[in-house]
Design a protein around this ligand. Sequence first.
Ligand code: FES
Length: 121
Amino acid sequence: MSYKNSSKDSDKDSEETSYYKYHVFFCTNQRADGSQCCEQYKSKEMRDYAKKCSKEKGLVRSGKVRINTAGCLNRCEHGPVLVIYPEATWYTWVDKEDIDEIIESHLVNDKPVERLKIKDV
Ligand code: FES
């Protein structure tokens, strides 16, 4: 299953396709030296929580959403971070309520969560 993104360009050949409607990458990088990294904020636990919630909402089964683990995304100063493609929307989060809002607003209702976006993208 693939999803076509809407395009202002009417030329069908220029439309981009994405296998998943939304592909979510959680940075779960952990540094042995104790320097800043996303796993300091329990990002693996939050990734698992996001997977569980997406499954419960039927997003995974429908093929609309895939949630994956990423190593360092080189945005450590904004951590913890996740990014959602195909739009490359970068988020930071604090707790499960933030993850709930990203899932419900962005993944279910196609509305990015402005307050959680990393601003300098
Ligand atoms: S450790 Fe997460 S972006 Fe670098």
